[in-house]
Ligand binder design. Structure first.
Ligand code: SAH
Length: 283
């Protein structure tokens, strides 16, 4: 049983009976929960959670029933409908429902659909954003999703559509041209196709790529490779989903910013991976 440290003084909202709070759990590390999430965990009667939510986080709601609603590999949406309707039923039973989803509930997580179903059934909701894997997961790998020397825009893209195929609706040519940095969610299954399409669309085979699996957890693995080698290197390293795949020069910043395992007294990393004159230059 966890000791309950009081939350700091603030007008914390109350999770009322019959409400559903749709809450992001962050990419893994429980320390990345928001305080609204912690406040919610303490009040819920029932926590209905996804595959990517860490056990430790659930242990912070010892008073609640824990219901697993996970699914993997982009199975069809029938099950999604079941989950949404289950939330409706639980709320109608008068329970205080916490729907806990990995990362941010509104980023590639079908949170929008769940929220829609709830609202359409007259169930009041609250949305608690979370740190999305495509931002926080990369940060834990020492990759800034934007950097002034690299990109003025970033594209978040999913490697699956609802049927589990590469999204045919995506125009890879314009995606490839439109943004210096691409952050791909759910890209592992179709990485060969995705990398191929990006190269066909004109991205360089030597362009840096990072694959970050189970980011922010103790099992986090980071593969640095290139667009030309990513498929082979994933296979050799036997990497498994969940993974965030980042394509772009920002991956090189990891040479300087990989902060995990740093210790006081380490030699300064006076590197300039982008060749732009930093860090010697300031401002
Ligand atoms: N709502 C989530 C994304 C859900 S889609 C968010 O905002 O992060 C599921 C995909 O997210 C996974 O296939 C993977 O691409 C990515 N993902 C989620 N958690 C991850 C983690 N800890 N490490 C790497 N990728 C992760």
């Amino acid at each position: 049983m966890t000791t309950q440290i009081p939350l700091p003084e603030y007008r914390w909202p109350t999770l009322e009976k019959g409400w559903v709070w749709l809450c992001g759990a962050g990419p893994g590390d429980p320390g990345l929960l928001t305080m609204h999430a912690v406040n919610a965990l303490r009040q819920a009667d029932v926590v209905i959670y996804d595959a990517l939510v860490q056990e430790q986080i659930l242990s912070w709601a010892p008073q609640a029933d824990h219901i697993y609603a996970g699914k993997r590999g982009g199975k069809p949406s029938a099950k999604q409908r079941d989950i949404s309707l289950r939330l409706v039923d639980l709320a109608r039973e008068g329970r205080r429902v916490l729907r806990l989803k990995g990362g941010d509930p509104f980023v590639f997580g079908r949170g929008g659909e769940e929220a829609q179903t709830l609202v359409q059934h007259g169930i009041p909701i609250r949305i608690i954003p979370g740190i999305s894997a495509g931002i926080g997961g990369l940060a834990y790998a020492g990759i800034p999703v934007t950097h002034r020397d690299v990109n003025q825009s970033v594209t978040f893209v999913t490697g699956h559509d609802q049927s589990g195929n590469t999204p045919s609706s995506l125009d890879w040519r314009s995606i490839s041209k439109g943004s210096q940095v691409l952050v791909i969610y759910m890209g592992m299954k179709h990485i060969a196709q995705i990398a191929g399409q990006l190269i066909d669309a004109g991205r360089n085979i030597n362009e840096p790529v990072a694959v970050v699996t189970t980011a922010t957890t103790q099992q986090q693995q980071v593969l640095e490779t290139t667009l030309g080698d990513v498929v082979e290197d994933i296979r050799t390293a036997k990497l498994e989903p969940p993974a965030i795949i980042c394509v772009g020069q920002s991956v090189l910043m990891r040479q300087v910013l990989d902060w995990q395992g740093m210790a006081a007294g380490d030699a300064p990393r006076n590197l300039d991976p982008l060749g732009r004159g930093r860090p010697a230059e300031t401002g």
